[in-house]
Design a protein around this ligand. Structure first.
Ligand code: SAH
Length: 207
């Protein structure tokens, strides 16, 4: 998976490639889908949600430019797979999931795999997680109609925010940087994620 889907498609950061080799993706998918755990596609994880395609996880993670000392916020814990990668690449990870059942399952899974620097919270991640702000990097793993203002507020000076923005059918993965209080934004890839539902997200799955 890492060679064909990640490295050969242009993700070159050695720390990201190493982390993707180390995290057992099959631990994060439902048992009946284990055969497809390393396939080039997203997979259902229950509650109508998905674990993202490996390439997309790699691209988002690389864009965060993590060196090891950062505090990171993830919005959309889902299975916990992306959080497990972030745990290897940063000092402290806070991950917010709105569906309580997924949050609990991910928390248990991450604890079992020894990811002791990940803190899973249940709530509306479009509000960020103010208690632990500011964050050096923020990654949103669900599609937003626009960039939620609390996430920009909770981003540290020099921080990076990676977020898919756009309508339900297709989004652009944006890399937003905050420097001197100002943000600049760069489009990285086209992508398709499940909707970000919440106060600063979509109001319902079809709106
Ligand atoms: N990062 C995950 C994939 C997540 S799929 C993984 O590695 O498996 C997107 C997740 O975002 C879903 O679990 C969905 O429930 C969650 N989500 C949607 N809106 C949210 C919100 N406002 N706050 C937190 N989580 C949200």
């Amino acid at each position: 998976m890492v060679q064909e889907q990640i490295r050969d498609r242009g993700i070159r950061c050695p720390r990201v490639l190493d982390a993707m080799l180390r995290v057992p993706r099959h631990e994060f998918v439902p048992e009946d889908l284990i055969d497809g755990a390393y396939a080039d596609q997203p997979l259902p994880i229950g509650e109508g949600q998905t674990i993202s395609q490996p390439f997309m996880v790699g691209a988002m993670t690389e864009a965060l430019e993590l060196e090891g000392e950062e505090r990171v916020l993830e919005v959309g814990t889902g299975s916990g797979y992306q959080a497990a990668l972030l745990a290897l690449l940063a000092r402290e990870v806070h991950s917010v999931e709105s569906i309580a059942g997924l949050a609990t399952a991910a928390q248990e899974r991450l604890a079992r795999l020894g990811c002791s620097n990940v803190h899973v919270h249940t709530g509306d991640g479009t509000l960020g997680w103010a208690e632990a702000a500011p964050y050096d990097a923020i990654v949103v793993t669900a599609a937003a109609p626009r960039i939620p203002p609390p996430l920009v507020e909770q981003l540290a000076e020099g921080g990076r925010l990676v977020i898919p923005v756009g309508p339900a059918t297709e989004q652009e993965l944006l890399l937003v940087r905050k420097n001197c209080g100002q943000t600049t934004s760069e489009a990285l890839h086209y992508c398709r994620f499940v909707p970000l539902l919440g106060r600063h997200g979509w109001q319902s799955p079809h709106s």
